[in-house]
Design a protein around this ligand. Sequence first.
Ligand SMILES: Nc1ncnc2c1ncn2[C@@H]1O[C@H](COP(=O)(O)OP(=O)(O)OP(=O)(O)O)[C@@H](O)[C@H]1O
Length: 611
Amino acid sequence: MPSSRSRGQQDDAETSWRDQLSALRNLPPFFRLIYRTSPSLTVTNVLLRLVQSALPAAKLYVGKLIIDEVIRILDAGGDTTYLWELVALELALFLASDLLNRGINLVDSLLADLYTNQTSVDLMRHAATLDLYHFEDAEFYDKMERARRQTTSRSTLISQLLAQFQSTVTLVVLGVSVAAFNPWLIVLLVVAVIPSFIQENYFNQQVYSLTRSWTPERRELDYLRYLGASDVTAKEVKIFGLADFITTRFHKLSMQYYHVNRKLSIKRASWGAFFSAVSALTYYGAYVLIIFQTINGVITVGSLTFLSGAFRQMQQGLQTVLSRFSTIGENALYLQDLFDFFAIRPNIADRPGSIPFPTQLRIGWEFQDVSFKYPNSDTYAIRNLTFKLPAGQKLALVGENGAGKTTLVKLLARLYEPTEGRILLDGRDLREYELSTLRDNVGVIFQDFFRYQLTARENIVVGRVEEGENTERIQDSARKSLAEAVINDLAGGYDQLLGRRFAGAVDLSGGQWQKIALARAYMRDAQLLILDEPTSALDARAEYEVFQRFTALIEGKTAVLISHRFSTVRMADHILFLEYGGLLEEGSHEELLALGGRYAELFELQAAGYR
Ligand SMILES: Nc1ncnc2c1ncn2[C@@H]1O[C@H](COP(=O)(O)OP(=O)(O)OP(=O)(O)O)[C@@H](O)[C@H]1O
């Protein structure tokens, strides 16, 4: 995959410190998201951490007082009450710190769980508002994939962010008390930690660039993993003997990733070791300085333990704060993906002043010189199409594979909008109607309808979830679509779990699935019903029966049928014959036969096959 590699390397160079710093601007909206998830947990968390952050300095200071008091008693003797009070106080501080830590961890994990749930819901809701073409676009898919990862992995950012706040307060408290004894210790501290921070930050940013630039490959790896081990593909993998093909491809790609990643990890570990040695040296430098001061009588032995303890804690604390700062910066960069995803707006949306779909169609639909190009394609899928679909008419679409039948259906349902020309509904542009009522009134069963791994009943109910409790309607729909016989044969009847994914589920044949999916069409009160070849797996007689019932049962409603079987197509009032996205012939079955054109030719071809 040479092209994507070179693109990846370009990304490497592009993701700079500046990106990371500017990504920090994502933190306030992120914090608002956390707060919105649970205001009470967020406030509790901050308060607990605030108290906790004062404890390290307090514990060290009480330790100092204890040592000084012990030395005083050793030198001069006297009452030990004060000493025991100090010991009791240190114990209390220790217990409080442990308790606070547990409280903080608990609140952190509760908050993270709630946040993950909330963002997952937000993500699904937002995805539902987007245009169909977004999902057919690879770049969008990468973005969505990255955003999806954010919903779970970003929950650790919550505790990082709050811990950062806590550590900073701890550092300030320790810093003020150390500076009171010897300000030079602070300078030493900063000198020791800054270079290590810079290297840490550099490598974090490298890892981010690497992960990001490998998104397409990681998606491919996920896909290969799915191909290699999934119920859906198992059959073909066996028949075609694809296991080796898939695993070799997976292995090759995963090793490529492993090698670049290993190189970076080794570099990171080596530099990390070097800087940690520098840290150790400065710590002992400071230690020697404090020991000299104690020997010279400038400070007490208690202060020696306080200062060396505080210095070590500050050094570790500062290192943690700085490296966490770069992890936060890196996480904030990832957060950008989530916010970018939420910023995508659908093009197909209600316009100001949109009107509800007519309760009763008067005129019907009209295509006026409609042309359409898929956003990612240079060629027209529909070309200069002009035709009328009067209210109540049963229209059939015929044409060879790729002629544009499904595309025309997508335009009718406004899943896409024409690139040129207009689609009118009762004399007004389709875009003037509210999307929600349009979707309620246009029911489509696609050839690649979805097989939900749910119960038979739920598989029908998805046609109109509002009617989920209406058993009569569900059974009626099943009867109309010929699914009733299929369901009656199932051990669990309507409550039988279908598919292969879950335990106790029963899989159906292609034709049986189609009958169930067709029942969805009858669940709706839609004014336009479209069947886009959902009957291809039915035998010829069953398809004939299904369509005959369909046209009779939806009497008075407008319908569009797509089928490659002429025995079915001839039932329609009007037929459009499409070729290369354009209209080649149109008329009733008899008219088209009389015309003696392509329709007649293909009809004869099929009829001859049956003779
Ligand atoms: N999502 C898409 N992005 C880009 N091009 C597409 C997309 N879907 C379809 N096309 C192209 O648009 C043209 C029309 O496809 P369409 O699916 O409408 O044909 P069809 O008549 O329904 O075919 P079939 O009988 O095989 O179902 C084809 O050339 C196809 O390659």
